[in-house]
Write a protein that binds this ligand. Sequence first.
Ligand code: SF4
Length: 688
Amino acid sequence: SKARQNQIKRTKTVCTYCGVGCSFEVWTKGRKILKVEPKPESPANGILTCVKGKFGWDFVNSPDRITKPLIREGDHFREASWKEAIHLIANKMKEIKDRYGPDSLGFIASDKMSNEEAYLLQKLARAVIGTNNVDNSSRYCQSPATVGLWRTVGIGGDSGTIKDIEMADLILIVGHNTTESHPVVGSKVKRAQKIRGAKIAVIDVRKHEIADRADLFIRPKPGTDSAILAGVVKYIIDNDWVDREFLKRVNNYDEFKDSIKGFTLDYVESVTGVPREQIVKLAEMIHGARNVVALWGMGVTQHLGGADTSTIISDLLLVTGNYGRAGTGAFPMRGHNNVQGVSDFGCLPNYMVGYQKMEESVMSKFEDAWRTTLNRKPGLQIPQMIEGVLDGKIHMLYIVGEDTVMVDCGTPLTRKALENVDFLVVQDMFMTETAKLADVILPVAASLEKDGTFVNTERRIQRFYKAMEPLGEAKPDWEIIQALANALGANWNYRHPSEIMEEISRLTPVFAGVVYSRLEGFNSLVWPVNEDGSDTPLLYVNSFATEDGKATLYPLEWKPRTLKDEVHSIIVNTGRVLEHFHGGTMTGRVEGLRRKFPETFVEISKEMAQKYSIMNGDLISVKSKFGGEIRARALISERVMGDEIFIPLFSSEPSKGINNLTGQEFDRASGTPGYKDTPVVIEKITSG
Ligand code: SF4
């Protein structure tokens, strides 16, 4: 009614952008977003937010939103009813499954889906279609960190909460632009330094703002962080600064020690370009601090050795006894608001929900609950699905809220695959580059338009509430997936996401006590959650999440390697900027953010500017060893050094997207592309 439209409504929500998981109340009047008000009771952020959480919501009312299902007809789309669209997709799925088998279909989850939606998507793939080909975009970013933690301590998530970061005496930050990528954590790190005298040590190839404030800043050659850390650990071991008591909880010390014996100060200095004094200084800082936390981001994980570097970070914490106490631990900073949750809730090709192994007892439990027979063969990861299309093995892709063309490595190849797949379904709010290639596009609700839960970087499960109705005919992902499952013969009757969560908690030990009644308002639960509702903000207090309760020191295998050649001698680095989230599908549609940061740029060092006679604003061409080219304006800065350049993830137009440059090289342990290992050559085109 009109009266209701004029009323101001306050709704608790969780930020849709980064993994800090800030929660706040959003004030709305009808569809109008009046303001965002953080509350002291918000567990992750208190009264803090950043510019995106506070002002980044206009995309919800963007005229670019897709509001009706669209079906391809030749080279354009026509509007269709939900019934027609779902019917068409269900028929195509059946046809392809009958003809080529269930493993010829692939499902890609967005890291912005809710937990309940992620669970339903993998249930659709596994129980209805019969394939484990379901993966999510953490494959592009944080999978290597998960591998590193699985190898050493057992759980692929932050070992504590943001409070532990605030309580540490030493905050070690590796390859992470804390202030721009996770601004609220950035503020807390700075506050810990200012108020409590905590020390900050940063290892990064780019001098981010947090590096300016660091007590120690180490700038290694790209791809050599593992060597620095191994050098630091060896120095600690050689000086007998290890925590002997803690090592009783750890297996494999001797083998690990043996694996790093070559990382002498001489060797580390020679391969990393970092003076030995800095390596010694870092070892001393770690030794001198009672409690140490390590934060890392995509500067570690988007390298070919990302899993190994994540592992050695965890090894370092183990030898110095920095797990299982307040103010200690490992913090791989999750990028998207629900990148943690979408993996936790089962969108992984080789694990069931809650990281249950696909072993007989687990699979038969799910078969009983879902009343079906399940495929035991592990599924494909996203890059393997893309490859599968090109090899003629994958015939249909179902992509939820992911602009795969822009975010997967090697845009030209991904584009070719998606142009050629027999049938492509995209669920999205916007006409992304990927949606443009779809056969059917299904319009989805924004987080403000639905109910559900997300998991932030701390493993914290938080509830978000519906503030307004979905725009036009858009629907929440869970409703769409349920309609499709039922059109394929399933008989799902979920009336609300809370009912999906009830099913999940019955089937998943780590979520045993997760029920909506415990998540009301600003209440939250940090998993694992026991049946009685007690949760686990701090992991590994008494034992590690392994069979014998002990952690494992995982030996390091590392050799210097580079993809550079004589022509392509420059390495491109990439990352976020404060104003935009990744490629800018949402923030690029927020007027204020776009005004502040309208255009992509190529950041180059002073030395390089001199060498190539480039001035600020000159148009330059960047050509990749892998074939692509982008052109953008130069920005000369001290943040980059020597022959390294930086191009933001945000691109103002598709032809400027960073993945036009990246290639098909992957971290062997996790299948994550080596986004930050792209050799290029640059050339000045015109003066600015
Ligand atoms: Fe949102 Fe992250 Fe900013 Fe918090 S820090 S408001 S979660 S983008």
